[in-house]
Design a protein around this ligand. Sequence first.
Ligand code: ACO
Length: 318
Amino acid sequence: MYSKITGTGGYLPAKVLTNFDLEKIVDTSHDWILSRSGIMQRHIADASEAASDLALHASRRALEAAGISAQDIDLIIVATTTPDQIFPSTACILQDKLGNKSAVAFDVQAVCSGFIYALNTADLFIRSGQARNALVVGTEVLSRILDWTDRTTCVLFGDGAGAVVLQRSDTPGILSAKLHADGSQRGMLAAKGSIRNGSIQGNPFISMDGQGVFKFAVKVLSEVVEEVLMENKMTHADIDWLVPHQANLRIMEATAKKLNLSLDKVVITVAKHGNTSAASIPLALDTAVRDGRIKAGQHVLCEAVGGGFTWGAILIKW
Ligand code: ACO
């Protein structure tokens, strides 16, 4: 028994914030942001939109592409670092907004690796026979946890959601996945605040050691891609598309170079939405499926690294 992605969907909020707009908010420039990150603009959710609303749009598009209805879904996993509320989970809120009453629903918190963790979990549910039709979503309103006076972080992130429908199948499907975590590195990228007795304790905004993150990311991403390829007795030449977490163009370029992979084989969407954390891989998958780059039968390798630190890769036969 295998699981197969049968539909993808994406959603970016209407409001666009360009690098030129940011020049008016913090001491930065379009050229600095573009040359350091490859980002040109990001989307910002309206005050009335929560992570579950973005997820709802992306999910409806994925369900439509798969040709099934929300009632057919028996598992909903939402990867997010910016949930609607402390509890219930954003997955339960999404289930209600979709009008589904029977799916198992829970959130996964692995920051930018959240979608890889969630997709791997959904695959295991399906292959063990516990689910048949899963909805796996990455959704973020990171604009709400950015310090808009801190130019070292606020220029890099954006809001968005991406979703896939994963269904039981006789043919592969998800071929394999590798997940990792190293909590000793948790200070390098974090939003350290917590809620205690009704008020926020500590800094609730994203803080980051940019150069530390860069070095760590390139190292572990190339290692985990090698790990998955070796497990499947495949080489770099067998990858049709690398779909990385869209954190930063320079991290993607450095990883591709280390893997000896041409950039023509890398799906890159970061310019138009910045780093959308758990949403970035499903958004990139949706873009490349809809524009015809990713085709049936091809090998697609997704990889991500994020706060925790967490990282992982997943190999898919489309
Ligand atoms: N605009 C203009 N100047 C800036 C800005 C800005 N937005 N931010 C920092 N600078 C300045 C710094 O103050 C510094 O000035 P100084 O030389 O006078 O001290 C100068 O630019 C260089 O700063 P560095 O931090 O050395 O810049 P670097 O080349 O390392 O680029 C960056 C910074 C883009 C953060 C880089 O380290 C990076 O890409 N790191 C990865 C971080 C990342 O992608 N995080 C995303 C989350 S992690 C994830 O999703 C995996």
